[in-house]
Design a protein around this ligand. Structure first.
Ligand code: AOF
Ligand code: ZN
Length: 371
């Protein structure tokens, strides 16, 4: 691999990271423009709605970088974390903007999985006589864009389960209490995960036991995640702290007009999504969140919902914060995996282990990024 290309693609990925809390439903693409070994422009995808960090609403990374570079873009190389688009969406094609600005070479990390683009952006650039290359820092870019790729290829978001567990593997007391097994550093770390998430998913058990808000409060964000509660029988209290902030979706398995009206009055949207057993259809729920443009969904829930998601094969990643505490075997763990044969255990791949305060954070994968 060309070390210089590698280095500038790292810069493009750093740009991309600046948009990771705000770009969805768009992917948070990063772009740098380099001429005579100088960076002459840089940019990242802007929020499609309000809360613009820089430039016009929904502006793509390339357009931001070109506007910074101005005339200096002529003769430059563009490094982009995702193939430049070729379609007219909210904005005109970036491929055309790059051609018009006189870019001579485009290096992309990934092709765009969006069927509206899917190679046509690079083809359009090549047809205009621009030197084109793809695949530089491919694995890192797959990791960065895994949410958007999941939505494009699987029509559902990337699902991360966050769990706090004791040294003895328990996630809540018998009475349902789970705040706070882990320490303050882990809780701050989770705030960053919430900020990156389009939606937070929890269960009625957690709402009743912990009354969580599931919002980002330690730093300013341009959007809070949608909070989604799996609540088969509409038991969410109308004074739940979730309602302190707009954007609550309650998913039940059976309508109850009175309860539904009360929750709607409290500010929730109520959705009925039942499976054939009369429970909330979790697969359909994830599809629905995908349709709503959610790229990344994070679960903060108890062992019942986490167990159901694992059994349905919907968990892509688990962030497990293991605290140096013991809470005993009356406490609960992940439910419903009633195994009698260890050959049937769910096997995760350990991507990373990191100390966060006194806790140990495992990043565990059930799916590879980009699949
Ligand atoms: C790029 N650069 O920075 C981003 C891209 O509706 P639009 O116009 O915003 O188009 C959204 C699609 O464009 C999105 O689904 C993805 O395929 C691509 N995103 N492309 O060239 C960017 N964010
Ligand atoms: Zn574009």
């Amino acid at each position: 691999m060309n070390a210089i290309d590698h280095q500038y693609m790292q810069l493009a990925l750093q740009q991309a990271a600046l948009g990771q809390n705000s770009a969805s439903p768009n992917p948070c693409v990063g772009c740098v423009l380099v001429k005579d070994e100088q960076v002459v422009g840089a940019g990242f995808s802007q929020p499609a709605g309000g809360g613009v960090v820089q430039g016009a609403p929904g502006a793509h990374a390339e357009v931001m970088a070109l506007s910074v570079a101005g005339d200096l873009a002529r003769g430059a190389t563009a490094y982009v974390t995702l193939e430049p688009c070729s379609h007219h969406g909210r904005t005109p094609p970036c491929a055309d903007a790059l051609v018009k600005a006189g870019i001579v070479r485009v290096v992309a990390a990934l092709t765009d999985p969006n069927p509206l683009v899917a190679g046509q952006g690079l083809a359009r650039l090549a047809a205009a006589g621009i030197a084109v290359e793809s695949g530089v820092l491919h694995a890192t870019a797959l990791e960065h864009h895994k949410g958007f790729i999941s939505r494009m290829l699987r029509s559902r978001p990337w699902l991360t389960v966050k769990m706090g567990a004791s040294l003895d593997g328990r996630t809540a007391l018998a009475n349902g209490q789970s705040q706070w097994i882990t320490g303050p550093a882990a809780r701050s770390d989770v705030q960053k995960l919430r900020a990156r998430s389009c939606a937070m998913l929890t269960g009625i058990g957690t709402v009743l036991a912990d009354d969580p808000q599931l919002t980002v409060r330690e730093f300013a964000v341009s959007r809070q995640p949608l909070r989604v509660v799996v609540d088969s029988q509409l038991r969410t209290p109308v004074n739940a702290k979730l309602f302190n902030q707009a954007g609550v979706l309650i998913v039940c398995a059976q309508d109850d007009e009175l309860k539904r009206h009360a929750l709607e009055t409290a500010g929730a949207e109520v959705l009925i999504l039942a499976d054939t057993h009369g429970r909330v259809d979790l697969t359909a729920l994830l599809k629905e969140l995908g349709c709503r443009g959610c790229n990344q969904v994070t679960v903060e829930a108890g062992g019942v919902l986490v167990g159901a998601l694992l059994q349905a094969g919907l968990v892509d990643e688990m962030l497990l914060y293991q605290a140096p505490v013991i809470i005993g075997d009356t406490a609960k763990g992940i439910a419903t995996l009633d195994l009698s044969d260890l050959n049937h255990k769910l096997q995760a791949r350990v991507l990373e282990r990191r100390q966060i305060g006194d806790d140990l954070r495992f990043t565990l994968r059930f799916t590879d990024a980009g699949e």
